[in-house]
Design a protein around this ligand. Sequence first.
Ligand code: G3P
Length: 217
Amino acid sequence: MQFFIDTANVADIRKAEAMGIISGVTTNPTLIAREGRDFIEVVKEISGIVDGPISAEVISLEAEGMVREAKELFAKIGNPNLVIKIPMCSEGLKAVKELSAMGMHTNVTLIFSAAQALLAAAAGATYVSPFVGRLDDYGYCGIDLISEIADIFRTQQIDCKIIAASTRSPLHVIQAAQAGCDVATVPYKVLEAMTHHPLTDRGIQQFLSDWDSLSAN
Ligand code: G3P
């Protein structure tokens, strides 16, 4: 399973990139707005940090507008790794069909059912993004949806990658891997949390203090 970082914060992207563990980046309008910066400028800067798929989302609700925005994003950002993030809806599916016919990669977002994932894949999506945490928020098991989609894609030999999105904890990431996800897109604080274990941290301290006591002798 690959790791993408789910943020538009370039400082966090640089730190995750330096760890050597990320293969791509996902953003959405909320994450961009949180940075208070120009959309194009941020995605351009991210493009200079990570050599991998970078998802940038369109905001139009009609296919025509989505396709227009996608072309503009490619023209302005000039990164062939750009992935156009499209919200799941019938207009979105139309746009995915058109964009994939033009050779653009797409990521269909806000997937909350296997039925939606099947439609997105049929339209030609490169990725589908089921939202794990937001399903959990409503009392459903987000990871069960990942397993269901992974099972269907495997059975049907569907060549569309599954990104576990809205991951909120190391456990989500582990379970997404167990469920057979292709990618987990993870906020920086969760990636950082995954580096720790109390016994690791305590062990490092112990090794250092034992070493210090040796050199004090
Ligand atoms: O990957 C989608 C993600 O950014 C949404 O996360 O925590 O707002 O549900 P969250």
